[in-house]
Design a protein around this ligand. Structure first.
Ligand code: 2RA
Length: 337
């Protein structure tokens, strides 16, 4: 099988990373259809040594598309996802538009790949890609959940400016260059700072980013009793999101056995040797597809509880790679069918 793959938002940071990952992972692309809004139309994207001009989306275009990767914001997804699905495309949407929609699966391939498919074994027509900070956390929670049960996670994030796309990255660069800002992309100056606000506040004192970590995690893990207590913070780094996790398990654990379990779990690379100063860092996760785990240690105040530190490239495993991996699961199933 080879696929005609559209990328909506092809000129954005995630869209460009999607195209890069499709090429790197050699996804069987028969034809690439890069799409962008009117504002970004007619820009050049490169794929497998060829240049493509971005087009503006239309119903007709999606008639000749098998898989459509979306990353152009929630309003563009709301406008085009059902049009593309009705035209026969399978939509993998990185925006927040449908993540909590009942009947639309929210998928991390290492955690709940079966949610991609209907009872008859065919793929759902719209599949939601979770928020970056949620994805890296559930990749690590999944093996612990299956083996020990997970009751509660207290998570503090240290999120890259690239979570806000090109604008987020450019904001840091211009502040570091000493340029005066008309208004701050990250609500305040981000250079030499940490801003404990990502997205807007909801009425309960938590931000939308924090509520995504609560609600999306429960949907992906299929457990509405799983307690997630989040604080999300923006910091001036490029390479990826860091997360400090305090995880309360249902059952007792042996720390070496738990470490070995993580090391042998899909999508996880252990970097955990404090004596050698080996632990995950954004600089070492940059442009990688895995979730890096380290600083694994027992919480000496609470039984059945551990602390750990994880890092993942939020543009890759946090967005583009996860979406392409969902497409890979679909392609693998069709090969077998
Ligand atoms: C952020 N997770 O980091 C959000 C959206 N990518 O800004």
């Amino acid at each position: 099988f080879r696929y005609r793959v559209a990328v909506l938002g092809a000129t954005g940071l995630v869209g460009r990373t999607m195209i890069q990952v499709l090429e790197e992972r050699n996804f069987p692309v028969d034809e690439l259809v890069p799409l962008a809004s009117q504002r970004s139309a007619s820009q050049i994207v490169r794929f497998k040594g060829r240049e493509f001009i971005t087009a503006v989306p239309s119903g007709d275009i999606f008639r000749n598309v098998d898989i459509a990767l979306f990353s152009a914001g929630a309003s563009a997804s709301r406008e085009w996802a059902h049009v593309a699905a009705a035209a026969g495309a399978i939509v993998i949407d990185n925006s927040s538009a449908f993540r909590m929609e009942p009947g639309i699966p929210l998928v991390v391939p290492e955690v709940n790949p079966e949610a991609i498919f209907k009872a008859d074994g065919t793929p759902e027509s719209i599949i939601a890609n979770p928020n970056c900070s949620t994805i890296q956390m559930v990749v690590v929670l999944k093996p612990l959940y299956d083996r020990y049960g997970v009751k509660r996670v207290v998570v503090s994030t240290y999120q890259s400016v690239t979570g806000k796309g090109k604008a987020g990255r450019d904001a840091l660069e211009s502040e570091l260059a000493g340029e005066v800002q008309e208004q701050f992309t990250h609500f305040h100056q981000i250079a030499f700072n940490a801003v404990p606000q990502i997205d807007t506040f909801t009425e309960n004192g938590y931000t939308k980013e924090e509520m995504k970590m609560v609600n999306e995690t429960r949907k992906i893990m299929g457990d509405e009793a799983l307690a997630v207590s989040p604080t999300t913070v923006r910091i001036p780094v490029y390479g990826g999101h860091g997360e400090s996790l305090n995880i309360e398990l249902e059952n007792e654990f042996d720390i070496d056995e738990l470490r070995a379990l993580l090391a042998s779990s899909p999508g996880i690379i252990l970097q955990d040797d404090p004596s050698a100063r080996i632990y995950p860092m954004p600089l070492t996760s940059y442009e990688r597809d895995e979730v890096f785990a380290g600083r694994i240690r027992r919480d000496f105040w609470n039984p059945k509880t551990l602390n750990m530190w994880i890092v993942a490239d939020n543009l890759r495993k946090g967005a583009a790679t996860n979406a392409v991996q969902i497409a890979e699961v679909i392609a693998a199933r069709q090969e077998k069918a």
